[in-house]
Design a protein around this ligand. Structure first.
Ligand SMILES: [Zn+2]
Length: 432
């Protein structure tokens, strides 16, 4: 997802209503003027900002993931709809970033970084009116998702990561996958046996893919899939790309590399609705790593939404170089305005808690950082690797876009290019 234009760094923001010059009503013009000149609201909040700890150590290696999606519809009947999805993982080190001109990075320097250190995945999902090998749309999409996850240009590594998460392979126990709803009869399947790719429903005998466990079929009908399936695929795949980096280092015992790496995800660390099946295994992984004193630094950065809007308001009064972790109570009252008895924020869906950070007048970020199991504590101590994560961010703050991080901008560049030379996955990890 691209960074949105800011107010100070990326030049004049285009007038949202400027194109409505056909409007001649004085009243309408006055309303438009009020809308555009609106003074920032002063918001009093109980936000308790504290200074960013100064003993964090910047992490040497940085990985960033991002994705893009484009849905194409035919103009004439029979209407067809296809969605193209791309995700990218990019590796950078602080040394390479230090060499980039922060204001105007040279395109060739960026190209070199990308060609050596980026890997990407691209696929296409038929959403409507496309028949594949005589299957209905529903089964075609299920099959394509299963095949796409095992993308051979990436040596099926993101799929191996799905299995690693679904079966909690780090634990050394032979656990079954999480339970899920059968795509044929909708009965609950207790989970596929350990390490299986495919299986059979015990209720109806229907064929099952491990990727059915993720739950895409729950938002599809027999003839069509909504655009949101493509968005969900992109989000799940971004998550798998991110954890592929972690898994590869973990599996070969390169814990010192992990301790020195920062994994940045575009967007919050959360999986919503039926897609939250993987949230618990991911939380379990962070707990497992913590119990072995292996720091895994993961951070999500949100660029839109209620938290970003809220930080926009409260960061004005926040001191420079400060951090604030909102409690569930704060989120409920000040940001979401939800009733008191509602479920704790993100307890089922998030694998990181929110952290607001203000570095300077141009850079304030909504981050999420893992805490292991769900906690409502907003002490900075609950966040895994918080000090080192925060120490790693100032050198990668963008000077081109407000509130932006260079690695995410670059990953976005890879993910949004229509074609890009493929790079073997292991190249990204091999020379470390
Ligand atoms: Zn069934």
């Amino acid at each position: 997802m691209p960074y949105q234009g800011g107010k100070r760094l990326s030049g004049e923001r285009a007038s949202k209503l400027g194109h409505l010059d056909v409007v001649n009503s004085d009243l309408v013009n006055e309303l438009i003027a009020q809308f555009e000149d609106q003074e920032p609201t002063q918001v009093e909040t109980p936000a308790s900002w504290v200074e960013i700890p100064d003993d964090g150590i910047p992490l040497r290696l940085i990985f960033a993931v991002d994705g893009s999606k484009q849905t194409i519809r035919s103009d004439l009947p029979p209407y067809k709809e296809l969605s193209f999805i791309k995700t990218a993982l990019l590796r950078l080190d602080q040394h390479a970033i230090a060499k980039l001109d922060p204001v105007s990075p040279h395109p060739m320097a960026l190209r070199d970084i990308m060609s050596d250190s980026a890997m990407y995945h691209a696929t296409v999902l038929p959403l409507k009116g496309v028949s594949v090998k005589g299957k209905n749309n529903y089964d075609a999409v299920r099959g394509i998702i299963f095949d796409s996850m095992r993308d051979q240009s990436l040596n099926a590594e993101p799929y191996e990561t799905l299995k690693w998460l679904a079966y909690e392979k780090w634990s050394g126990q032979k656990k079954p996958s999480p339970s899920f709803s059968c795509p044929h009869c909708q009965e609950e399947v207790v989970g596929l046996p350990f390490d299986q790719d495919e299986g059979t429903c015990g209720h109806c005998g229907g064929h099952l893919y491990l990727t059915d466990m993720i739950g895409f079929h729950l938002e599809m009908s027999e003839d069509a899939a909504p655009d949101s399936v493509a968005t969900s695929y992109m989000l799940i795949h971004e998550t798998l790309m991110l954890f592929t980096g972690i898994r590869i280092f973990w599996d070969v015992g390169k814990y010192s590399v992990l301790r020195n790496s920062l994994f940045i995800k575009d967007g919050p660390l959360s999986l919503n609705g039926q897609y939250s099946k993987l949230t618990i295994p991911i939380r379990n992984f962070f707990e497992f790593a913590k119990a072995r004193d292996i720091s895994v630094h993961v951070v999500g950065q949100e660029k839109t939404g209620g938290f970003v809007d809220h930080l926009e308001l409260i960061s004005r009064n926040a001191p420079r170089n400060s951090v604030f972790a909102p409690s569930n109570e704060y989120i409920r009252k000040e940001i979401q305005h939800r009733p008191e008895r509602s479920e704790p924020y993100g307890s089922r869906t998030n694998y990181g808690n929110k952290v607001f950070v203000k570095f300077d007048a141009y850079h304030h970020l909504v981050l999420s950082i893992p805490t292991g199991g769900y906690t409502d504590s907003y002490s900075l101590d609950v966040f895994f690797g918080l000090k080192n994560i925060l120490a790693s961010l100032p050198p990668i703050l963008s000077h081109r876009h407000e509130c932006a991080l260079v690695p995410v901008e670059l990953a976005n560049g890879v993910a949004s290019l229509s074609s890009y030379p493929s790079a073997a996955i292991f190249k990204v990890f091999a020379d470390i």
